[in-house]
Design a protein around this ligand. Sequence first.
Ligand code: CP
Ligand code: NVA
Length: 334
Amino acid sequence: MLKWMDSLKGRSLMRLASFSDAEMLDLVDLAGQLKARRRAGVRGDLLHRKNIALIFEKSSTRTRNSSVIAARDEGGGAEYLTRPDIHFGKKESVKDTARVLGRIYDGILFRGFSQKSCEELAKWSGVPVWNGLTDDYHPTQILADLLTIKETFGSLDGCTVAYVGDGRNNVANSLMMGCAKAGMEYVCCAPRELRPDEAILAESAEVARRNGCGIRVEEDPVKGVRGANVVYTDVWVSMGEEAKTAERIALLRPYQINMDLMRATGNAGGKLMFLHCLPAFHDNETEVTKTTGALEVTDEVFESEYSKVFDEAENRMHTIKALFVSALADREAI
Ligand code: CP
Ligand code: NVA
């Protein structure tokens, strides 16, 4: 029998701070239950006749496909809507779009630029809205990361996470809060120019203090990763920032994850893993890396025993399903 907290019913996810610590951890737990259930070959009907709008202003492989399959696995439907498909923000305001889609759909997942658009959708649609990435936050990613850490180490307790790279991007912002809420130590290894925003850092630090764990920002990556169990990175240039590519590569080259940096953690074997939200520039097989070579992570680390990136990618689906189910499922139907 699947179990989750009643308080998750009808809830939106704007950023991880939208949930209490217990609710966030309960979602990760529910995702684990749903994963086991799917592995056992069960496709349920927890989302029977539930329809979810997927508004995507930016590209996606994982978030889009996870959302479609999460809904379909449980008997629901999902409609993929890109900017050219709908009037969103061009001929029709976000507020009006929200009021229309809220009459038609049971929930909306939004991937786009502005956090404000995501919040407007939640304010005016009258249905749960989930943030599938904005310029500021990527909360559904971190639910999958927490599930991956929990599965790999058996628990989140006592774990230290070192994020290395662009310390103020959407993934870093949400990871910092996710670690604080889960009671894990977080170290952000980033150059001065890419430190976390002070207000976002202060908000997470407050949560970390409450949970008896720490947050540090460290400029030297070798010093920063010492003692880490999870070494995490993301692209150096996020979607929408392409004009900064050359500048970022120059700034972040010393922050590339390679085996020397993995060794600098002082951990190995079952006490160390590498995570990346993906897509990753780890080889010469993309349009970008054809000329630059590997960027934020070497192929050696990406393909190593430490790398759990494809478990992490799969877990996007189970955690997004947990969000949909906890917000929309009729318990009577279980
Ligand atoms: N990690 C992630 O959000 O991947 P996509 O951009 O492919 O959705
Ligand atoms: N920081 C990256 C995450 C991609 C999943 C971006 O916004 O492009």
